[in-house]
Design a protein around this ligand. Structure first.
Ligand SMILES: [Zn+2]
Length: 237
């Protein structure tokens, strides 16, 4: 199974989907591609005088470490952080990544979330999954034989968004925390922004999802209920 996660920022996948990726990995042969649309350059609120180029360098290095620890790879699409736009170029860039990865399952951010970058990422991904199978959209790789299955990850704090599907991540919870800590810069950034570092944030979120489905820790999802992104069978680990 080929899995592609598409997020806006270098720590989005880690908080909302990392346990699920570890569960896929536990199951055996999967390929994992983590894609982040922005360059992350506004993510140093704990150290605002750091030059944007340096912030991008650090955050890409952290995201690469996490992807490698998962036995996967990391791709940054390089848009300006907090100014992600749905452009023809962005759609085709992502279409080509999905084709090259031969994506079967795609995870992305929910359509309604607290940050417009997240919502635009969700929209670009929603459209790119369909275009990945369209023969008249030309990129460097051949069209996919089928449109990938699409799942939305949880929104942070989730004030409006409710999931329908849960993955029990209790047995990989400590491993998830170890990998989240690899985002050393974002541990500090999140502490400055929210008064909670990324691990504390993930713990509250995953324990809440666990409570909803009667396990200790869970990650939660909702399929994109739009043809042809739904296929029969269980695509979650
Ligand atoms: Zn984000």
């Amino acid at each position: 199974m080929n899995i592609v996660c598409v997020a806006a920022h270098q720590d989005d996948i880690e908080v909302c989907c990392l346990g699920t990726l570890l569960k896929y990995r536990q199951r055996g042969e999967v390929s994992i591609t983590n894609v982040v649309i922005s360059n992350g350059d506004k993510g140093f609120q704990h150290h605002p005088s750091t030059p944007y180029e340096e912030v991008t360098r650090v955050r890409n290095a952290e995201a690469t470490k996490v992807a490698e620890a998962l036995g996967g790879r990391y791709i940054c699409m390089g848009q300006s952080d907090e100014y992600i736009r749905d452009t023809d170029e962005a759609r085709n860039q992502l279409v080509d990544i999905l084709r090259e990865a031969k994506a079967d399952v795609v995870f992305t951010l929910p359509p309604i979330d607290y940050n417009t970058d997240h919502m635009t990422t969700s929209q670009i991904t929603f459209h790119a999954t369909m275009l990945s199978n369209v023969a008249t959209i030309f990129t460097d790789h051949d069209p996919l034989p089928e449109t990938p299955v699409v799942f939305y990850m949880s929104a942070i704090a989730s004030l409006e968004w409710q999931p329908t599907h849960y993955v029990d991540i209790t047995d990989v919870w400590e491993q998830k925390c170890d990998l989240v800590r690899l985002h050393a810069s974002q541990m500090s950034n999140s502490e400055t922004m929210n008064g909670l570092d990324l691990v504390k944030l993930a713990k509250i979120q995953d324990a809440h999802r666990g409570l909803q489905c009667r396990v200790e820790y869970a990650e939660a999802f909702k399929p994109a209920l739009a043809w042809p992104r739904v296929r029969a069978g269980n695509w979650l680990p």
